[in-house]
Design a protein around this ligand. Structure first.
Ligand SMILES: [Zn+2]
Length: 345
């Protein structure tokens, strides 16, 4: 069977006609299969949603009880039949509950990996390599300049700065689903035992991580804390808040930002970031190319990000490759508008 008869990019997302569903649709559809809870992949308003329990819970937290007509939870490694195809979920290592979706029809297997990373992350199940015929890869950091390095080293930079400036507050911009919790966990692993402060927009999702058994130590809301008491502390906040009037409640804040984009100095400068931390929840160039090679797939479809360089790399390795031209996906850290919680907190 030709792969394009199994999955086809259409305006509302990646459509599986023989299975009667779309993967991560950007418009409301009858049946959606969702890879993870980030807002560019998990949108409200679908008829039926199939996703991991964690992704369903995050959608409920963000969009309310009635975010979909009906829901069905699926575990990693579980296989279910939808129409003429079988669908199996595998860990993507991106955020809690994130999954790659393997779609098999007759003897052809296509893996839609959503967003993924192969680097270790103590807050989610590690990425699992899945052998397949066609691998659909993201390309958020699909340029050789993007090499993320070790996230633990970046957290040590933050701790060194806290030790150096005990009279200042440290404000770390981090996306509220996944990145913030990973940064907190990395701080704990580095031996930082003091309370970590949270912007109001981080509270619900961080509590949810803790309810899933991810121990993040003592957390406190920053709301209501006295300015002087915030000297020498670390606060996690959505990136949009760190360049806002909101920062006036902190004593002489050092502004940090945890993102793969911080590899690009100009980006840090543009945003007025004093302490760029290269911590990403996406695979870097080495991670993307190593993963593509290891899947054994002969055909690679490249989406949301720097498609051209990765397509070119695949072709130079003798693989068939093409950009998918899906619209509506991108790095949440860059594209997300502040939510109402963020505005008030
Ligand atoms: Zn994502």
């Amino acid at each position: 069977m030709r792969p394009q008869d199994i999955l086809l990019p259409v305006a509302s997302g990646l459509c599986c006609k023989p299975g009667g569903f779309h993967i991560d649709p950007v418009r409301p559809v009858e049946r959606a299969v969702i890879t993870h809870g980030h807002s560019d992949h998990a949108r409200p308003g679908h008829g039926a949603v199939l996703a991991t329990q964690e992704t369903l819970d995050m959608m409920r937290l963000r969009y309310g009880e009635n975010f979909a007509g009906s829901t069905q939870a699926i575990r990693y490694g579980e296989e279910i039949r939808l129409g003429d195809v079988s669908v199996k979920f595998h860990p993507a290592g991106h955020v809690l509950g994130s999954a790659q979706v393997a779609v098999t029809c007759k003897d052809t297997c296509i893996v839609a990996s959503g967003d993924y990373k192969d680097a270790p992350d103590p807050t989610c199940t590690p990425f699992e390599l899945v052998q397949c015929d066609v691998f659909i890869t993201e390309a958020t950091f699909g340029l050789p300049v993007f090499r993320h390095g070790d996230a633990a080293d970046e957290v040590n930079k933050l701790l060194a700065s806290v030790a150096l400036f005990p009279e200042r507050a440290h404000l770390v911009g981090a996306y509220s689903l996944g990145k913030a919790q990973r940064v907190i966990k990395l701080l704990r692993q580095a031996g930082y035992a003091a309370p970590v402060y949270l912007h109001g927009a981080m509270e619900k999702i961080t509590e949810y991580y803790q309810s899933c058994g991810i121990d993040l130590g003592e957390l406190r809301p920053v709301k209501g804390a006295k300015k002087a008491a915030l000297a020498g502390t670390i606060t996690l906040a959505p990136p949009s808040a760190t360049s806002d009037l909101w920062t006036r409640r902190f004593p002489d804040p050092v502004t940090a930002f945890a993102s793969g984009w911080m590899r690009v100095r100009a980006r840090a400068r543009q945003r007025g970031i004093e302490l760029p931390l290269v911590i990403s929840d996406h695979a870097d160039w080495d991670g993307l190319t190593a993963t593509i090679a290891a899947t054994g797939a002969g055909e690679i479809w490249v989406t949301h990000g720097q498609e051209d360089a990765l397509v070119h790399w695949c072709q130079s390795e003798g693989l068939q490759a093409r950009p998918l031209d899906l619209v509506g996906y991108g790095d949440e850290e860059e594209s997300e508008a502040p939510t109402s919680d963020e505005a008030e907190a």
